[in-house]
Design a protein. Structure first.
Length: 472
């Protein structure tokens, strides 16, 4: 993050609310738990790069180029379409790393970014290795998740932010106007692991108020109080905001001083800076609060998972022909094989649509149940998406122990792959849609299988309806 910000400019206001689904998202998407261990490993790599290159990752110096090359290599390996965008600065050549997930409607782009450069005096681990590591890990997690994006996801890692937001300005100023207009939202993450953290949500762009409110509601749902902050022109969202693009983001504080009220609310030390090592050589791998980092990267994941599905007028999610027969179970167990009685029209558990559904477990005794269907995925398929709706009802009261599970599996000959496991910890009152990319099985005949397992005590019911395996 560049330049200083006076305490008066914070303009903080206590925010409270309840978790909501981002506007015009047809259904809630389960928020992911992004690995803070993986994000910390990325930060260790940034520290190693700085240590090997004069102690910093400053624009125009070898440590910055090594950082950009490493980030690009990780995204390349995950399947992103990546670009190393070169531009010149007074400190030498710099680069933006742009990564696009090659799925979803390219006319509706949801973008997240962070600056990758440090100042010259240190390795820049909190400023802004944390933002870069968080955005990178969310991008990698999304690629591995099997989610099917309605919109096009794009991630930016900006060069030369510390010289005046040069990388982000170069990017947006060199986009044709028609391409700028496709960016529906830009989310910025600059310093999200400060050692004496606050929990701030950007509040300086009315166009981004909906995303701001969704971030706030997410933190509230995790019992984390937030405060609004006017970041002004201090980070890379400003380049997007100046063009009328909706922006939002989070921040854990820089050289500003934590108040007594904030320390009472968030912990930490009143009267000290949020980051005492801001723009100093001590901004190294020890200059972190991993709890703050963990909370913020989960918030990034929440926004990306949900806004990937937001309906910006692009119509339904990618789909096409449904290869599954009797996908809503309305013909009973026809075309489905497995445990007798799983497919039912019992009124005890409502179907999402129609009368029939697959109701696995709910017995309150040790047992396993399953249902599945064999399906041939064409070799010529360019996309293949498995989707279904699930409602989980449980009498279990624990918030931490898994007793009962439902596994979603693909059986390919003698190999069984579990795409996801749900449990009594995922119980809720509504059906939620799940989607998985199964293009890896094109040209094969596989079995889509739902496998439930329950222990000997309290019941958990896994109710599945409206399944689909779609290809264009």
């Amino acid at each position: 993050m560049r330049r200083s910000l006076s305490a008066g400019a914070l303009g903080v206001a206590l925010v409270a609310g309840v978790l909501g689904v981002p506007g015009n998202i047809a259904h809630a998407v389960e928020s992911p738990d992004i690995s803070v261990t993986n994000a910390k490993a990325h930060l260790d790599q940034f520290q190693s790069i700085a240590t090997a290159n004069g102690g910093n990752r400053y624009t125009g110096r070898p440590g910055y180029k090594a950082s950009a090359d490493w980030v690009k290599s990780k995204l390349d390996a995950a399947g992103y379409t990546t670009t190393l965008q070169q531009f010149n600065t007074s400190a030498g050549t710099s680069y933006n790393v742009i990564a696009e997930w090659p799925h979803g409607d390219a006319n509706h782009v949801v973008m997240a970014g962070s600056h990758l450069d440090s100042v010259s005096s240190g390795p820049g681990i909190n400023d802004n290795g944390t933002g870069s590591a968080g955005v990178l890990e969310v991008a990698l997690a999304y690629a591995a998740s099997g989610q099917t994006a309605r919109n096009r996801l794009r991630f930016g890692f900006w060069g030369a932010e510390e010289l005046g937001l040069l990388g982000s300005k170069y990017y947006v100023n060199n986009l044709p106007a028609a391409e700028r207009d496709k960016i529906e939202l830009y989310l910025n993450f600059d310093m999200i692991g400060s050692p004496n953290p606050g929990y701030f949500v950007y509040n300086d762009n009315p166009a981004g108020n909906s995303a701001r409110d969704d971030l706030t509601a997410y933190f509230t749902s995790k019992s984390v109080q937030t405060e609004y902050i006017d970041v002004q022109g201090r980070s890379d969202h400003a380049a997007f905001r100046s063009l009328g693009i909706a922006t939002a983001g989070t921040f854990t504080g820089a050289e500003g001083t934590k108040t007594s009220a904030q320390a009472a609310k968030w912990g930490g030390t009143a009267g000290q800076a949020y980051d005492p090592c801001y723009h100093r050589s001590c901004d190294n791998i020890n200059n972190l609060n991993l709890t703050a980092l963990d909370r913020n990267i989960d918030a990034i994941g929440h926004m990306i998972w949900n806004y990937a599905q937001k309906d910006y007028g692009s119509g339904p999610p990618p789909g096409g022909s449904n290869l599954l027969l009797n996908p809503g179970f309305e013909s009973g167990a026809v075309n489905w094989t497995g445990t007798s009685g799983v497919v039912t029209n019992s009124s005890s558990k409502p179907a999402r649509s129609g009368s029939y559904k697959a109701w696995l477990q709910g017995n309150g005794s040790t047992s396993t149940e399953n249902t599945g269907q064999s399906v041939a995925i064409p070799a010529a398929a360019t996309a293949a998406t498995l989707s279904f709706w699930i409602r989980i009802d449980s009498a279990e009261t624990t918030s931490s122990v898994v007793y009962d599970t439902l596994k979603v599996q693909i059986v390919d000959g003698g190999t069984t792959t579990t795409l996801a496991t749900y449990s009594n910890l995922n119980k809720g009152s509504a059906y939620v849609e799940k989607t998985f990319n199964v293009l890896a099985y094109k040209g094969k005949t596989v079995t889509v299988k739902f496998l439930g397992a329950e222990d000997s005590s309290l019941q958990t019911s896994f109710v599945v309806d409206d399944t689909a395996l779609t290809v264009p």
